[in-house]
Design a protein around this ligand. Structure first.
Ligand code: ADP
Ligand code: MG
Length: 273
């Protein structure tokens, strides 16, 4: 599991007196196999949290334990990075190689995995994301959604138990979004991967076991999708929305329609109606 205790982070600043904390006293438990969605308006600290879990940056104070390993422990940084990999928003910034298969192999090569295991891992990851037929292609020729699937193949090949996704669908068209979400769900449900999914699409957070809402580097809300999205007013105060059907039901309720529970999807909405 990932245990985050009293975590603070301040980016290095020229004004040491007036340090601004990007994260400020966070406590979070993420269990193995869990799907956790992280929500919060711009600048609330989501990406900073992702980078800390991925051990790209080190806590200013407090601790992150990944399966008991302290991410602050300098000698263990590669162990943490191997266990927790990260997929970013812009697939173009992640592409470094000239072919799809080299791209997927890149992260694994850093782990010094010998051939033929490397080759097997790359092929099997590309099959899993439905991109094996593209393995000799240049990443530059792919659509955004395909590139993102190749990035995901890269983290699959690393065999990481924990995967942080930082708004992976933000730059994709609707089909690309659908493909990536399906893949993330599959990694969680069928491959037992623990998912930390940062998003600003409320609809994408519905499938999470747990939602954590950040505000100014602090945890503002934590609970199931039902618990979090039923607090429509609070979510709006935090600069966020709720799924569209939830909002419609909320507005109808304000106008006297008796919804016992606020629905999260169309099926629940229709049932209530
Ligand atoms: P989010 O991903 O939720 O939009 P971030 O984690 O990117 O939020 O940012 C949290 C806070 O840290 C913001 O106030 C942001 O301006 C600041 N910040 C982010 N990255 C840097 C950086 N590289 N240097 C200095 N401040 C940063
Ligand atoms: Mg961000």
């Amino acid at each position: 599991m990932i245990k985050i205790e009293n975590l603070t982070y301040a980016y290095p600043s020229s004004d040491e007196e007036n340090k601004k904390f990007a994260l400020d006293g966070l406590n979070i438990d993420i269990n193995k196999g869990e799907f956790v969605a992280i929500l919060g308006h711009n600048g609330s600290g989501k990406s900073t949290l992702g980078k800390l879990i991925n051990a790209q940056i080190v806590p200013t104070s407090g601790d992150i334990y990944v399966d008991g390993i302290n991410a602050k422990d300098h000698d263990k940084i590669w162990d943490v990075r191997k266990k927790c990999s990260m997929v970013f928003q812009n697939p173009d910034n992640q592409m470094v190689a000239t072919t799809v298969e080299e791209e997927v192999a890149f992260g694994v090569e850093n782990l010094k995995i010998p051939n033929p295991e490397l080759r097997n891992r790359v092929d099997s990851a590309l099959k899993q994301v439905g991109m094996i037929d593209y393995k000799k292609r240049s990443p530059a020729t792919l659509s955004g959604g395909q590139k993102q699937r190749v990035s995901i193949a890269g983290v699959i090949a690393m065999l990481s138990d924990y995967i942080v996704f930082d708004e992976p669908t933000a730059m994709l068209d609707p089909q690309g979004r659908k493909d990536v979400i399906k893949l993330v769900e599959d990694l969680n449900k069928n491959y037992g991967k623990t998912i930390i999914y940062i998003t600003h699409y409320m609809e994408e957070a519905i499938i999470a076991d747990k939602i954590i809402v950040l505000d100014k580097g602090k945890k503002a809300l934590e609970g199931s999708a039902k618990e979090v999205f039923s607090q429509v007013k609070r979510m709006k105060d935090l600069g966020l929305s709720v799924p569209q059907v939830t909002e419609v039901a909320y507005e109808l309720r304000l106008r006297g329609v008796d919804f016992k529970h606020l629905p999260l999807n169309i099926e629940e909405f229709l049932q209530s109606i």
